[in-house]
Structures are given as C-alpha cells and as structure tokens.
Design a protein around this ligand. Sequence first.
Ligand code: FES
Ligand SMILES: [Fe+2]
Length: 434
Amino acid sequence: MTAGVPTRFLVHEDGFVPKERYVSREFFDLEMERLWSRVWQVVGREEEIPKVGDYLEYAIGDQSILVVRVSPEVVKGYSNACLHRGTRLADGFGCFADGTMRCRFHGWQYALDGRLVGVPDAEEFSLPEGLCLPEVRLERWGGFLFVNLDPEAEPLVDFLDPLPALLAPYRFDELRFRSYRTTVLPANWKVVVDAFNEAYHVQGTHSQILPWTDDVAIQYEQLGKHSHYGRLANARSMLRPSPRVGMRDEDVDEGEILAALVAGLGGAFLAEERALVDELRAADVPPGTLLERYQERRMELLRSRGFDVSGLEPDQMTSADDVYWFPNMVGPVYPGSAILFRMRPDGIDPDHTIKDTWVLEWPRPGDDWEMPERRFYPDWRDKDWGLITNQDYENMAHVQIGMKTHGFRGLRLNPRQESNILHMHRVIDEYLTS
Ligand code: FES
Ligand SMILES: [Fe+2]
C-alpha cells in the first residue's frame, strides 16, 4: 500500500501500466475520491453563458456543479443541490431569467449569488441566518471556465503551467464555438484520452493517411502535468509522406500532400485556402518551396481578414500543436481554430465515457456570432464522425473488452511515441498517493 493505494494499482518503475487502472471499480472509486475531487476541470466557455442569469450544469461522476453568471463580470460555481432536501437545482443549460434560482420541489429560492432568499412558510422553520449554496471554486483562462472541488487546490494558472505561455499566440479568449457535439463511447475515459495523445496508432489504424502524413517525425513532450506532441521543427517545413510507405523522393507529389493537409486544417477560410493551394500548384514552384510559400500566403490571408497572427511563426500555419490538458482534454490547436475533445466518465461507470467534441474558431471579423446547437448522440454510431474518427471510435470497445480478459495484465507503452500516456499515469499516481 502507498498512502492507502494498493501497490498493484500503481504504475511500475519500468513504465508497465496495470490494467486495473482502466477496468476496476476500485481504481475508478480512487480516481473519484482523489483525482476528480482535486483537479481543475473545464466546464465550458464564457460565450455559453453570456447574460446574467445564464447557467450550465457540469457533472463529474456523481457530483453536480451549477455554474452561473452572477453579474456581467462574475461567474460562480455552486454545489447543485437545494438546501432543503437536496433536489438538483438545474440541469443542462439555460437562464434564470428573473434572477432567482427556484427549486422545483417546494419552491425555495436563491439569488444568483447563492443566498437563500425565499422559503414558503418560512415562519414554520427555524433556519439559521445567511444560508447560502456552498460555492465551488471557479477560475477562468482563455475563455474557458474551470472548476475545482478542492478548496485547497493551487490556482488554475499554476495548474495549467506552462500551457498558458505556450498557447498565448493562439489567443484562445477570442475563439468561439463553431460546433458542440457529445456522444458516449464504450470504454474507460482514459482509453478515449489515450487515443488522441499519440500518433503511434496512425500506421495501425489510419494507414490510409500515410501517403500524405509523416507519422514518424513527431516529437512528444511532457509539460508540467500536461503534454504536447507535434511535428519536429525540421519536418514543419517539408511536405513528406510517411517513411513507412517507402516512396522514392522523385515520386512525391508535394501539391497533393499540401492539398490533403489544408483540407484537414479547418478554419474560417477553407474555400479561400483551397484556392490558394490550386494557385500555387498551377504556378509550378521549385521543389521543396511549396509549403513555405503556402505558409506565407496563409498568414497574409488571415492578416488581411483582420486576424492578429503576430505571435505565430509561419510554420505554425500548417502544423497543429496537439495539446493534452491534464486530466481530460486533448486536441489539435491551429491558428484561428482548435478541435478539443473533453472526456468524462459516464456517471460512475468505468466502462463508458462521455466525450464532447468542441470545434472553436475565431469568428470572421464583423460577423454576428451565435452559440451553435449542442447536439447529443447517445450512441456514437448514430452519426458519421468522418473516417479517421470512426476508426478511432471503432477501436475503443475492442480495447476495453480485450483489457478485461484474464490473460492480459497491463499496458506496455512505447517509451517514446506513447510517453505522453505514461506521463498521464504518473501524474494520476501523484494525485492518488498524496
Ligand atoms: S428540495 Fe428544494 S425546496 Fe424542497
Ligand atoms: Fe486516431
């Protein structure tokens, strides 16, 4: 036992990861008690609750937190339970339009700042003065709202360090939701996180993209509690297929690779960017210079549309920074857009995960932005997520089922390409044992 945690659950010194961490109820309970109760976790973004009285509910395990805009500047988090008999005060998202939160059961009322302000037949109670909904810590960064159930937790910026500095040029506070989709996947929440925190599986799962994706020249870095992966500096200026496909240099069609790369970038000006690729391809630029030219032109395009790209390097125009925000958000960040996956256990079920897909974008200057509809797919098969994501989702049930078989004892991770996954487990162990 280490600080009350059975040793058989802990990551071995040599990096072996016991499977109990993904499949056992006891380990799941430890995570609820020592991890989820103490980490900063993202509940949503400012633009979801723009008006005073707007709220959203955040559920983690069996805990429910109510996040409310109390004034134009102030957002607070509350324990989402009526002080009378515990009824959950609100679910999903919405607005307390008249400025009071009223319990559906017996009608107790709370001001937006959490004070109990109305009790039917109050004279029949002898309630203490000044009752308030218990507050949950809430802090903000880059337009994101985070909560932490631990009153003693470090400030959010210390927890996130060094991500705020790394991501500053992407100006997250100016991003807005373009789409918001949620589904449920049949695997432990970490299986889902892991699937987006390494590129080692590209050759095994997404081999169709190897002709235009160099899956090998990738660097994995652990950053505080978090991690990052992305193209190696020298690979950021080259259009190469995977060395695994064994293509001869003279057979490489840089234009084709660039077109495929740009198709995957997303963002507000995809049509213009495609046209740019066509133009450069037609211009027949000298070999080895196409990517650089495109990067410059893309930067000009964004600048001419009123976007501030001053903090970004040209090679960031075509390379994602894939960031893992411990413990449960991961995804690629591009100039002007980001795709973020947020994972949570589905209630207290170790075998299912609620996964949100958030596509964020800088709105076109001058456009009226509106919050898109949040769509929920209770079964991931109800929607076509695109070939690559479908392939990832398809794997998940197989991982969860396979891990449970008696002959399997634990994960043997690739020390380089899966180092971010191992790092996550080591950070989890720090929480479990401290
Ligand atoms: S439980 Fe809320 S008023 Fe009774
Ligand atoms: Fe994948």
